[in-house]
Design a protein around this ligand. Structure first.
Ligand code: PHE
Length: 377
């Protein structure tokens, strides 16, 4: 910091100690100090001024003492002494005032830069959106909730009993081979039914639900399932299903068809038609896969541009497996199969989401790529 010496006040020697001359000298000192103090903007400048005024050696106050008071002739001493005291006070006040001013100025500038303007909109965090898979899953669930189903869930690490045996897959039954199972290692010493595995479907929650409550049952079960599959554009070792189960007196295959037809219309549009054809699951008898008429080509298999790729020109798209609960399953949960009947169904969420949104690679669901996800915002 270079001080401007031209504007720096120095205490003049006095030859005239008359009151008028003293008044004049005091006024000059006051105004010089006021303007110096007013010019101060930063702390370093303020320190210079303070030191110049207060320094024992040659500071303004010392000079006042030496040059005015000590030098004054005896008769003027009293008057000069009084004035010097007053001037000392003024000098101190000016220094204090300058400090107050710069610190409030720097506070003001700090507030300016750090302050929060509560009238500004604020930093907006982008709202996340529902993942397309979760969205599809929630949509399916709400279709059934609207029909009076309640939501149930079960564990992903499941026992052999719940995943297979109680669903009428006996040990070593070839039907088990249809679900390439990931099993938890190191359980050879346990009974087969207690061995842990990653559930291959949400159907074990059928059993868990029926074990917990007597009929009537209406449950919808969203969840994650696992199969020993190599990941590619159409496969994933982890995927999602929504399971449904209805058990009551007098549940018939017509109820199954009516319910699933209604759900398909709610999910894919009112003009969608459904058809059922025979299938096999150990825990349902009879079993049926459901197809919907292609919502892209309307079931004709043809588009103006040519062959419909959505349904591979067949006009139909398979979306779920279903069937009437096998009486053997009721046997496992202690339901009276002569009194009760029911239907169950299960669908793959990825498949439905892929169909609905025209997604061409199942892996997109799991990669967390914002460029994919933000298309659903
Ligand atoms: N759990 C069967 C599967 O994953 C689907 C299904 C559920 C079939 C319920 C019929 C009844 O393939």
């Amino acid at each position: 910091m270079v001080a401007d010496t031209r504007s720096m006040y120095t205490v003049p020697k006095l030859d005239d100690y008359s009151p008028a001359a003293l008044d004049q000298a005091a006024r000059e000192l006051k105004s010089a100090l006021e303007s110096e103090s007013a010019a101060i903007a930063v702390e370093a400048e303020w320190k210079l001024l303070r030191d110049r005024c207060m320094a024992r050696k040659n500071g303004v106050l010392t000079q006042l003492n030496d040059q005015w008071l000590k030098a004054a002739p005896a008769p003027a001493k009293r008057d000069v002494g009084q004035r010097v005291n007053e001037l000392k006070k003024i000098v101190e006040e000016q220094i204090d005032a300058a400090l107050t001013r710069i610190s409030s100025a720097s506070l003001a500038s700090r507030l300016d830069s750090e302050g929060i303007d509560v009238t500004l909109p604020g930093t907006r965090r982008k709202l996340g959106v529902e993942h397309p898979l979760i969205r599809t899953m929630n949509e399916i669930v709400s279709v059934f909730k609207a029909m009076g189903y309640s939501v149930a869930e079960g564990p992903e690490v499941e026992t052999d009993y719940y995943n297979f045996e109680s669903l009428n897959f006996p040990p070593n039954h070839p039907a088990r081979d249809t679900q390439d199972t990931l099993i938890v290692a190191g359980q050879q010493n346990k009974a087969l039914r207690e061995r842990l595995l990653m559930r291959t479907h949400t159907s074990p929650v059928q059993i868990r639900t029926m074990e917990r409550q007597p009929p009537p049952v209406r449950v919808i079960v969203p969840g994650k399932v696992h199969r020993a599959d190599t990941a590619d554009a159409t496969h994933s070792p982890i995927f999602h299903q929504v399971e449904g189960l209805a058990v009551d007196t007098n549940i018939t295959f017509r109820d199954l068809k009516g319910t699933l037809d209604q759900a398909a219309k709610a999910m894919f549009g009112a003009s969608v038609r459904t058809r059922f054809y025979p299938s096999f699951f150990p825990f349902t008898e009879p079993s049926a896969d459901m197809q919907i008429s292609c919502f892209k080509c309307g079931g004709s298999g043809r588009l103006d541009s040519g062959r419909c790729g959505m349904c591979k020109a067949s006009g139909w798209i398979e979306i779920l497996g279903s069937g009437m609960v096998d009486p053997n399953v009721f046997g496992f949960v202690g339901y009276d199969a002569r009194k009760y009947s029911g239907f169950a169904f299960g669908m793959g969420v990825e498949r439905i989401s892929i169909l609905k949104y025209g997604i061409d690679d199942i892996q997109l669901f799991y990669q967390g790529d914002v460029r994919f996800l933000e298309q659903f915002a």
